[in-house]
Design a protein around this ligand. Structure first.
Ligand SMILES: Cc1cc2nc3c(=O)[nH]c(=O)nc-3n(C[C@H](O)[C@H](O)[C@H](O)COP(=O)(O)OP(=O)(O)OC[C@H]3O[C@@H](n4cnc5c(N)ncnc54)[C@H](O)[C@@H]3O)c2cc1C
Length: 392
């Protein structure tokens, strides 16, 4: 305990000295992408300093770009970052999804080559899983990879590739044995997005924005050395990555505040306050219920991190976290919109504040959370079968 107190003290002092002003408080977080402009040069300074310290991936071993922190020290670091308002130096699918997967399934050469690059934030990552006709039934995927000397040539199409056009790297599931049963002929590769054979085309959304792509592959190249895990055994690797994605550990990484940053209580006080400075009794129960459930989820996630002796994400139980956190996100955004009354659903116009317009967008985008990373119906199937052991 004394050691932990000393660690916290040293950490606070280091953070105070090294976290520049432009990386504190709410705002943009570096994704590693060189294609997204940074709102402030301090974001790069912060990323570089934290990477140098091994604190962009604190629990990874130093030889892989981390700092070898124990889970308890890791949580302490997050608490100290939160205390001084430091933003996470880097959040992307490299640190949160493919990195932990390579730690588990990669060979030593891959770990020493790819993980430090991820930890330094050299490029953002996108996920090449879904295809037209292969979403919930992901194992039906048809994009192929065919051996060609010391490389594989990839042909086919992915869809809903979030950040495909702003990423430098992709991890992808491809079919390498078309004759095997569908779960058996799949392999997991990483590849560069910056090559002629890869064409990520942004999908225009109804709101004018575009954060995901349909991605076409025409003899795209993946190096043989970038096959993660065994050939034709990629289903196991790909499923494990989804568990990292669904665990919600990124909420902890984002300072432990997760999606609660918009502040249900603050909105309730501002829009539905009572004369005593509290919250109108009509709303109190709903606000308290949300706050308690959100806090319980945060504590559960924190306990999972602290209890995992090897820093590993749990298995199928991550589906529970995914369902609970995405349901809570919907409740939170609906509650905030309702608390704001007719100002809670504005799309544009002078009659709305920026906060109101932002919360409308969050309310709408929360609908997607129960679909991506495997829909919540599919998560309930996994919970029934793999956690509760119910029959098919
Ligand atoms: C915002 C967003 C970002 C995404 N980003 C990415 C990304 O970066 N990379 C990527 O590869 N994919 C991404 N996806 C795709 C996502 O993984 C799929 O949308 C999801 O897996 C569902 O597949 P589908 O859309 O084909 O729906 P379908 O599989 O066609 O499902 C349609 C409906 O049927 C239900 N359903 C299907 N099968 C069953 C069953 N067996 N039991 C019960 N219900 C069932 C589903 O729950 C769903 O409600 C993203 C999706 C969204 C919304």
């Amino acid at each position: 305990m004394a050691d932990l107190q000393a660690f916290k003290r040293d950490t606070r002092a280091w953070l105070e000295e090294h976290c520049p002003p432009g990386a504190r408080g709410p705002g943009q977080v570096h994704t590693g992408s060189r294609k997204i402009p940074l709102s402030h040069p301090d974001l790069q300074v912060w990323l570089d300093r934290m990477a140098e310290k091994g604190w962009t991936t604190p629990t990874w071993a130093p030889e892989y770009g981390g700092a070898g922190l124990s889970p308890v020290e890791y949580v302490a670091l997050l608490e100290e970052m939160k205390a001084i308002g430091a933003r996470p130096p880097l959040i992307n699918r490299g640190t949160q999804m493919v990195g932990p997967t390579i730690l588990e399934f990669g060979n030593e050469e891959q770990k020493r080559r790819i993980l430090p690059m991820i930890a330094r934030g050299e490029g953002a990552w996108c996920q090449g899983y879904s295809e037209p006709g292969a979403g919930s039934d992901l194992a039906s995927l048809r994009t192929t990879a065919v051996e060609d000397g010391d490389r594989y040539l990839i042909n086919g199409q992915k869809i809903w590739t979030s950040d495909g056009h702003t990423s430098e790297w992709m991890f992808i599931l491809v079919r390498t044995d078309p004759d095997a049963p569908k779960h058996d002929g799949i392999s997991f590769f990483i590849l560069s997005m910056d090559q002629p054979g890869v064409d990520p085309r942004p999908i225009q959304l109804i709101n004018g924005g575009s954060h995901f792509c349909e991605t076409f592959f025409d003899n795209a190249v993946a190096d043989k050395r970038d096959l993660i895990g065994e050939l034709n055994k990629g289903w196991t690797v790909g499923k494990r990555l989804l568990q990292h994605e669904r665990s919600g550990m990124e909420m902890l990484v984002s300072g432990g505040t997760g999606k609660r940053q918009t502040g249900v209580v603050d909105v309730a006080r501002a829009y539905c306050g009572d004369d005593a400075g509290g919250i109108n009794s009509l709303w109190r129960d709903q606000v308290a219920s949300y706050e308690m459930n959100a806090h319980a989820l945060k504590l559960t996630q924190r306990r999972v991190v602290e209890e995992s002796t090897d820093g590993q994400t749990p298995g199928p139980a991550t589906s529970i976290m995914k369902v609970v956190s995405t349901d809570l996100e919907k409740i939170q955004t609906e509650l905030i919109a309702s608390l704001r009354g007719s100002n809670g659903y504005g799309w544009e116009g002078d009659g709305f504040t920026q906060g109101e317009l932002d919360s409308t967008r969050r309310f709408l985008s929360a609908r997607a959370a129960s679909i991506y990373s495997g829909s919540n119906e599919i998560q309930r199937n996994i919970i029934a079968k793999r956690v509760l052991g119910l029959p098919d």
